[in-house]
Write a protein that binds this ligand. Sequence first.
Ligand code: 5GP
Ligand code: MN
Length: 336
Amino acid sequence: MTQKDITEIKELLSESKNIVITHHKNADGDAIGSSMALNTYLNLCGHKSVVISPNKFPDFLKWLDTKNEIIIFKNSTNETNLINNADLIFTLDFNNLERCGDMKDLVSNSKAKKILIDHHENPVKYADYMYSDTKISSTCEMIYHFIEKMGDNNKINTSIAEAIYTGIMTDTGSFKFSSTSSTTHKVISDLLDKGANKTKIHNEIYDNNRIEKIKLLSFALGKIEVISEYSTAIISLSQNDLNKFNFKKGDTEGIVNYGLSIENIKFAAIFIENKKEDIIKISFRSKGNFDVNVFSRDNFNGGGHKNASGAVSKVSMSSTIINFKNALKNYKTQLN
Ligand code: 5GP
Ligand code: MN
């Protein structure tokens, strides 16, 4: 974001505006955290700001929305009006309008000025202002910098601090991924000084599981397939598997990382069937230099980051896995 952008955005925000904040479909800690932090900040500044999520989000993030401010998009008149009448739309934690599901056309056609804040690779230039930086750990860290750029660090209260902390924590794998910089830690330090309760946050996100979720994890671990020739580990879960464990959104979050925790494994993937949408949702993770953003983009039309990416496959589970194994053949040298 240039100094000119900052000056113009400050000018736009200098009087009360109708604002919509949205994020990618199947929101995670970074999407919800960044949206709630920005929403609280903007409302504090006297704007009329709302968050509209493209679809349901996991229960373990609900504590961030104590006042039930997040609207789940159902294409109702209320939501359509909010988007059509917005002066500003912030799109957070994605960089291609395809990622906001059924809201895509409404957002695209709205007369509102659009501001993107995001850290994914290969941004599509759809917004009037693009604060895009692929080196920053998370969109939440960028929201912190954004508020600073607005000259408002002192407006970061405990609730904003906790929302930002959450997304940094979840997107950095609790501060261990290579995207965690010394600046990330300085930001975290300031958030703690502003009252963020780290023990509470870790507990809400990681130690608050339904027993079915843990049993699903155990089942999934039993299904890990190691493809040693390619230093790869995969897991697949059918809709039937999920149903047996009374699946709820968010229950499969993090399972893919267990594949990556096996010795000598550099590449892990999980394939999750969604019968309702008739798709297979894929998550890719890697260690070191193997670039799963490129792998996902080139083979499954997906995207994300170098070490964490995702995609959607519209063919059956068995065909998806065959396609995956065929694709692997082109990466033999990189994976060895
Ligand atoms: P996850 O595997 O946790 O869903 O996503 C990992 C990363 O890849 C996230 O940064 C997410 O935004 C991105 N990602 C996940 N699914 C897709 C997808 O279908 N398309 C693209 N372009 N990115 C995705
Ligand atoms: Mn993110």
